[in-house]
Structures are given as structure tokens and as C-alpha cells.
Design a protein around this ligand. Structure first.
Ligand SMILES: O=C(O)C(=O)C[C@@H](O)[C@H](O)[C@H](O)COP(=O)(O)O
Length: 363
């Protein structure tokens, strides 16, 4: 006979997402939770150049010391070497367990900083200040942190929830068009898997103002974030429905890797990946009109020539995906718009055809 002890753990930490234009006052108030000695800031290089005075205004009044680590631009920065540099920086500048780490930037900065916060001293308080559309609607929410490995995207990481998220659309004023389009894919994803009316709303916004006015995107940003929050709250560690957020991503991660994380942005790859996923869904009996996505193609300056692999090889590469189970690829597909499901692939022929179709569209 053996005794047992139950250990109840909870990863469902509660934190607030704040949305608005110029959240300096809210941020200043929130950081009063922490000691005033110091804070670490991991800041995207472009954001540091253009917005330093904006975020320092809110933080300098509370913290005696701000230690800033500049995160190089681009997905390539999400690697073990930059991670090591950031850890060295934070530890050598005297981080304590209560010292907050504030991530200011897009998805790359957030994922990398989140992983540093999760691992240094087994956890520093993490505050996200997403500065891109993608980070506001997706990567700053839900606690996925990590870096890329040469075998595949986001393969080293952890779930680590932030203490708060401040999505301040003032940062969008300097967002380059390519970055808007990068984030748009995740917004379109919510339209495909959850709320088809989003596709129409994006269309209207694009016609009215092509990526200039962050304020007018605020309702759509909040709506998108709300969908993510709803899904993540039910399945924090991706044991079930959270995987729906990976719609298009099993294809996308392969595209990004084939482009060495520099030729194709995450959003471009997700856009192509969603088209492949719709094709695959239709092969299995759905009847989804591809124009739901294709109507946005003129925004994507995407050429997949550099993927340089056959559909068969691309299917093989999908096997490094984190959703692979018993060596079988699991795809997120759609029965119809807003009706996603997980499909375990046994015969890969239809996945190859989805790749063929997608490569043809983008060459
Ligand atoms: O938060 C999630 O869960 C997602 O899958 C959201 C994705 O849009 C996001 O790109 C995520 O980082 C991908 O995660 P991964 O587990 O496929 O690496």
C-alpha cells in the first residue's frame, strides 16, 4: 500500500490587459507594485530609437535604475545566443526575484523576454508592452515564451504568464506597413476560426485607412485579444482547444524555417499557411471559399520561390511541429468558417496537394 499526496498547481494566473492610446498613467500606477530599486527593460531596437522618451516617462518616476537590453530586429534574434546575452545582462546587473522585466516590442521581443523572465532566478515578474499589431492581438497574451532552434520554430520555451499587458496603440504610429501586414494575419486567423465578421471589418478598415491610424484599429485589436483570452483561459497549456490558435501555423513554421527566419515574416508565413490549411480542409470535405483569404493577397508581397523544397519534403519538415503526436502530424483544419478541429494525418497525400496549391499561388 502506498500513500499519496495531491499537489494542486494552478497556471491560471489572472492578469489585466490594458488597451488604449498613451497608457503612461496606467503603467506608472501599475509599477508601484514593485520595489523602486530597478527594472529591466528588453526593448526592440526600432522601438528604443523612436519611443524611448515615451516609455521612460512612465517608468523613470518610480524606478531608480532602468537597465535596458536592446533586442535586435527580426525573428533571427529569437536564438540561444541572444537569449544567453540577455540572461548574462540581467544577472550581472543584479536582478532579484522581485525585479520586474518589462518587454517592449513585437512578438520576437516578447517571446524572447518572456523566456528570460521565466528562467532567470526561476521567474521574474514580466510586464508586456506590445508595440506591434501582432503582439497586441496575439503574442503578448497567453504566456507562450521561447526561442527558435535550428531544427524548428519556438522549439525551446515555456508557458509563463505576464503580470500585466499594456497595449498602447500610440506605438502603432511608427509601425511600418510590412509589420501591419505581419500582424494582420493573426487578426484574419480569428476571422477564420472564430468570428467571420472580422474579415469584413478588416476590409472596411483597410479601405478607410491603410495602416495609418492605430486608434481606429483599437476595437478590432480588442475584439481579437478577447477571442484569444477566451480560448486561452479554457486551455492554458494547450491540451485541447488552444491548439485552434495554431490554424495555418504548422505550414507557416516550415516556411519560416526554410527562409532562415529572415526571408518570410511570421505573418506572411501564417497567411500562406492558412491558405494551405483551407485547401487541406476542403480536400477533407469542407466547402470553404478561399476568397475569404485571397481577397487580402494584394497586401502580401510574398514569393515562396526560396522555400526550395518539394511538397513531399515540406510535409516531412512539418514533423518537428510541437503538435506532432505518435509521430503523426496534427493539423488544425476547418469544417466550415469558425468551426476548427484537430486532424491527425495518416495519409499525407492531401497535405502535399495543399503545399502544391499554396506554392503555385505564391510563385
Ligand atoms: O498562443 C497560442 O497558443 C498560439 O498558437 C498563437 C500563435 O499565433 C503564435 O504564433 C504562437 O506563438 C505559436 O506557437 P507555437 O506553439 O506553434 O510555437
Amino acid at each position: 500500500m502506498s500513500d499519496s499526496i495531491s499537489v494542486q498547481t494552478s497556471t491560471e494566473d489572472i492578469y489585466e490587459l490594458h488597451f488604449g492610446y498613451d497608457l503612461s498613467a496606467e503603467l506608472e500606477e501599475f509599477v508601484q507594485h514593485y520595489g523602486s530599486a530597478k527594472a529591466f527593460l528588453m526593448v526592440d531596437a526600432f522601438v528604443l530609437k523612436h519611443h524611448r522618451t515615451h516609455f521612460e516617462k512612465a517608468l523613470k518616476s518610480h524606478f531608480n535604475e532602468l537597465h535596458i537590453f536592446e533586442v535586435p530586429r527580426g525573428e533571427q534574434a529569437k536564438n540561444i545566443e541572444i537569449y544567453k546575452q540577455a540572461v548574462d545582462f540581467v544577472l550581472s546587473e543584479g536582478a532579484e526575484r522581485g525585479t520586474p522585466l518589462i518587454a517592449i516590442g513585437g512578438g520576437v521581443t516578447g517571446d524572447l523576454s518572456g523566456f528570460v523572465a521565466a528562467t532567470v532566478l526561476r521567474g521574474l515578474p514580466l510586464i508586456h508592452i506590445p508595440t506591434t499589431l501582432l503582439a497586441m492581438v496575439d503574442s503578448s497574451i497567453g504566456g507562450k515564451t521561447g526561442i527558435n532552434h535550428h531544427t524548428g520554430k519556438n522549439l525551446v520555451g515555456s508557458f509563463y504568464q505576464p503580470a500585466a499587458v499594456f497595449a498602447d496603440v500610440k506605438y502603432l504610429e511608427t509601425l511600418p506597413e510590412k509589420e501591419w501586414v505581419n500582424g494582420l494575419s493573426e487578426v484574419l486567423k480569428y476571422g477564420m476560426i472564430h468570428s467571420p465578421e472580422i474579415l469584413e471589418q478588416v476590409n472596411t478598415l483597410i479601405k478607410e485607412n491603410t495602416f495609418v491610424d492605430g486608434k481606429s484599429w483599437l476595437p478590432l485589436i480588442q475584439q481579437s485579444a478577447k477571442i484569444k483570452v477566451e480560448i486561452v483561459a479554457e486551455d492554458v497549456l494547450e491540451a485541447g482547444k488552444r491548439a485552434f490558435l495554431n490554424f495555418g501555423h504548422t505550414f507557416a513554421h516550415v516556411i519560416e524555417k526554410q527562409g532562415d527566419y529572415k526571408l518570410y515574416s511570421h505573418g506572411e508565413a501564417v497567411y500562406a499557411g492558412m491558405i494551405a490549411a483551407v485547401h487541406a480542409s476542403n480536400s477533407l470535405g469542407a466547402n470553404i471559399d478561399l476568397s475569404n483569404l485571397m481577397q487580402f493577397k494584394p497586401l502580401y508581397k510574398l514569393n515562396l520561390n526560396e522555400v526550395k523544397a518539394s511538397p513531399e519534403e515540406l510535409v516531412y519538415l512539418m514533423k518537428t511541429d510541437k503538435k506532432v503526436k505518435d509521430e503523426q502530424i496534427q493539423l488544425i483544419l476547418l469544417k466550415e468558417l469558425s468551426s476548427p478541429y484537430v486532424y491527425k494525418v495518416s495519409d499525407t497525400a492531401f497535405v502535399q496537394r495543399a503545399w502544391e496549391h499554396t506554392l503555385n499561388i505564391f510563385t
